[in-house]
Ligand binder design. Structure first.
Ligand code: ADP
Ligand code: MG
Length: 724
């Protein structure tokens, strides 16, 4: 008999897995040779190496061949044998299909080859990736094309070429394509405004600094939980007596097993040129965070996708599994991915940081106010951009962020905005040099990255030199949210520029014209989207509805925002999505949502019947055996002596029938959802099933609370959360 069989028969299966997990020691880390500065980027074919080929311009075939050959030689020198176009399909995560460099040489041998054509474009047989009906199956081909703005890198033995993924008819099937379009639209819209202040500006860059939250769970405990294994989150589990009440995990000492894992991730990240900077314990037990130094947004997002892959791989080496799910455990914090977002010119000016002089401040206010106006106008769409089956448990669930998009400005900026609003329009504004500060314009401190001025309940917060979009889910591709934000700001800036031009044409001087155009926007955003109070409060929900902000709570309905007339106008004007792409993507969103929720429903139903009910029945039998013994040994007063046992038996019976009833109800709801043809209807039906799942869970968690600890078949919250 194997040990596992023995433990199962003895009823000690769980406790033995738990003890083994507890005894694990930190594993060896890959000690890198030298300091980070010496091996940083060693597995990256950097953009600098590419500069001489001017790959931004269309590459002719001969040049592409030369670049490909050089890449291949470099990759082989680093042990690579394969190459792949690395892309970001709508399934989430990344996709790769490895091809060996080898080709037969015609005389029994092989040679290694990689040509320009394969570098620039490939045709993966990608018919199984979601496309929302864009590619009928007979036209299943899609192609991937190299994105030379993000550097090529080596992962294990494979040369990875960051790529976009497009259908044969030209529609985007990935996250990267629309993101790059939105970033370009934003630059194109921002440059003419920057030139009002400095004619030398030619490009505006978008920057992203993500903060990745995640949980680590011991891999053996993980494997003993079918829900974690199959859905990435716990679908049941009574909360631990101690969880995050004491706040003692946040910024606490990092457990040695975890520290070893983090070290390995950082070493691998540095080799891949990812400037990982910060690591710390998060609020919930076994929750952690990692953040790099911010970078150009497309590159930074690739780096986020790369490091998530690295983390998944290296966690196993350290006996962990990483959970990127937004809400793996009920009752404690979920995980997000704050997107720190800012704009800067190619002349080195940070557009969302207060300027050095009055002119700089006017430019700052122009961008600051227009970002807020864009967020106001498209608040419902921005919420939709972060909506997902996983994030549903964070949005609106009394946890940052609420299911309402508002912006936090902090005291300083709120006062600045109020002052500006009050200035009579006729005020002529001196904005030359330092003299302008505090005269016509209000005074804005040059730097006020003010850490005390923080509001953790706000989904979109100004933090001194950037906005922090906090509603993004931890498992999300940041591009989903930032494509919408960038497009919205691009549209707003274009309209703003047109209104300034009109005022100038009507005879106003430039600064006055800008102020005149800013003022109505300032009033409008202060009255609607700006909110510094407690985002969790019930009053805010009412107030937000009164202000006309989107308060939709249903995830499938949120997605409808993408095809509303104002969104279609936004995306077609900025060239980010066509209507066809929007419709296709919504199909994919609804499908993905339904699939995830319905898998959860199936897993929870099976666990209820195969794990939970049998455990409850076993416990009941144990109690009944005891009752029999009591009756034999104490024939006169066994009933009073065994009153606890009897009440437990009854309680158990009640819960078992609740659980069975809810499991059947869930099954029926799932069956109905699965029978729906229309993707939207199906998603709505799946959402209904998710409510029943929640009710099923309640019964199961109550049963866990009273059942003999030895008999509980699943690792408990206290074990999943406190062993590392
Ligand atoms: P906190 O948890 O206090 O918000 P972190 O240090 O965890 O801060 O993360 C802050 C992130 O914001 C980092 O990725 C940092 O590089 C990034 N960041 C800082 N300044 C900017 C900026 N101007 N634009 C974009 N991101 C920025
Ligand atoms: Mg942080």
């Amino acid at each position: 008999m194997s040990r596992i069989d023995f433990e199962v028969i003895m009823g000690h299966f769980r406790s033995s897995v738990v003890q083994d997990a507890f005894k694990k020691k930190a594993r060896e880390t890959d000690t890198p040779a030298g300091r980070p500065s010496e091996y940083f980027g060693s597995l990256v074919f950097g953009l600098n190496k590419l500069k001489k080929y001017n790959v931004g311009a269309p590459l002719d075939a001969a040049k592409a061949d030369i670049v490909a050959r050089e890449m291949k030689e470099w990759a082989m020198a680093h042990g690579a044998t394969h190459v792949t176009h690395w892309f970001q399909p709508l399934t989430g995560g990344t996709a790769e299909k490895h091809d060996a460099f080898i080709i037969p040489d015609g005389s029994d041998g092989v040679i290694e080859q990689f040509d320009g054509k394969s570098l620039v474009q490939q045709e993966p047989d990608a018919s199984s990736f979601p496309n929302g009906g864009i590619r009928a199956t007979f036209e299943a081909r899609g192609y991937t094309a190299w994105d030379p703005s993000s550097p090529v890198f080596i992962q294990d033995d494979t040369l990875c070429i960051p790529s976009v993924f497009i259908s044969y008819t030209g529609e985007a099937l990935d996250y990267k394509t629309p993101f790059k379009k939105a970033l370009k639209a934003l630059s194109d819209a921002a440059v003419p405004i920057c030139r009002l202040f400095d004619p030398a500006v030619n490009r505006v860059n978008t920057y992203l600094g993500w903060e990745q939250e995640y949980f680590l769970v011991d891999e053996d405990l993980f494997a003993a939980r079918p829900d974690l294994l199959l859905t990435g989150r716990t679908l049941m589990g009574h909360s631990s007596s101690k969880n995050q009440q004491l706040g003692d995990h946040y910024f606490g000492a990092i457990p040695s097993r975890v520290a070893a894992f983090m070290k390995d991730v950082e070493t691998a990240g540095y080799k891949l040129g990812i400037p990982l900077k910060t690591r710390h314990n998060e609020v919930a037990p076994n929750q952690f965070e990692m953040a790099p130094v911010y970078e150009e947004a497309n590159l930074s997002n690739d780096h986020n996708q790369m490091i998530m892959n690295v983390m998944n791989r290296l966690a196993r080496k350290h006996g962990f599994v990483v959970l990127f799910h937004e809400k793996p455990f009920a009752g404690i914090n979920g995980s997000g991915k704050h997107n720190n977002w800012s704009l800067g010119t190619d002349t080195g000016v940070q557009l969302l940081a207060p300027g050095k002089d009055a002119k700089g401040n006017l430019q700052f206010m122009t961008f600051f106010v227009n970002v807020l106006a864009a967020v106001q106008r498209h608040n419902g769409l921005l919420k939709a951009s972060v909506a997902s089956a996983g994030n549903a448990h964070r949005l609106g669930a009394q946890e940052a962020p609420p299911a309402i998009i508002s912006a936090f400005l902090g005291q300083t900026m709120t006062e600045v905005m109020r002052r500006l609003q009050e200035l009579p329009s006729s005020t002529s504004i001196e904005i030359t040099g330092k003299r302008g500060r505090g005269i016509g314009l209000v005074e804005i401190p040059e730097i006020f990255v003010d850490n005390t001025d923080r509001n953790r309940t706000s989904p979109f917060a100004f933090t001194g030199n950037r906005f922090e979009f906090r509603a993004v889910g931890s498992s999300a591709n940041c591009a989903g949210a930032l494509t919408v934000l960038s497009a919205a700001v691009a549209q707003q800036l274009t309209e703003f520029k047109a209104s300034v031009d009109k005022a100038v044409a009507g005879g106003a001087n430039l600064e006055e014209a800008i102020m005149d155009c800013l003022k109505p926007l300032i009033s409008s955003v202060l009255d609607t989207v700006c909110f510094d109070g407690n985002g969790y409060s019930e009053e805010w929900k009412k107030e937000a509805a009164r202000r006309g902000l989107d308060t939709e709570n249903s995830i499938p309905r949120m997605f409808c925002q993408f095809t509303s007339p104002s969104s279609v106008e936004l995306f077609t004007q900025t060239g980010v999505y066509s209507r066809k792409e929007l419709e296709a993507r919504n199909e994919v969103k609804w499908e993905t949502y339904s699939k995830k929720v319905l898998i959860e429903a199936r897993v929870a139903g099976r666990m209820a019947v195969n794990h939970i009910i049998p455990a409850g029945v076993k416990y009941q039998s144990r109690l009944l055996d005891n009752l029999n013994l009591m009756r034999q040994n104490f024939p006169d007063n066994w009933q009073s002596l065994a009153s606890t046992q009897m009440s437990l038996i009854k309680e158990c019976s009640g819960l078992l029938s609740d659980i069975r009833g809810k499991a059947d109800e869930l099954d029926a709801a799932r069956g109905y959802a699965e029978s729906c043809e229309n993707a939207f209807e199906k998603a709505l039906a799946a959402e209904k099933a998710s409510v029943i799942l929640q009710e099923l869970r309640k019964g199961i968690d109550s049963l866990e609370e009273i059942t003999d600890n030895d008999l509980w078949p699943l690792p408990k919250y206290r074990e999943l959360l406190f062993i590392s």
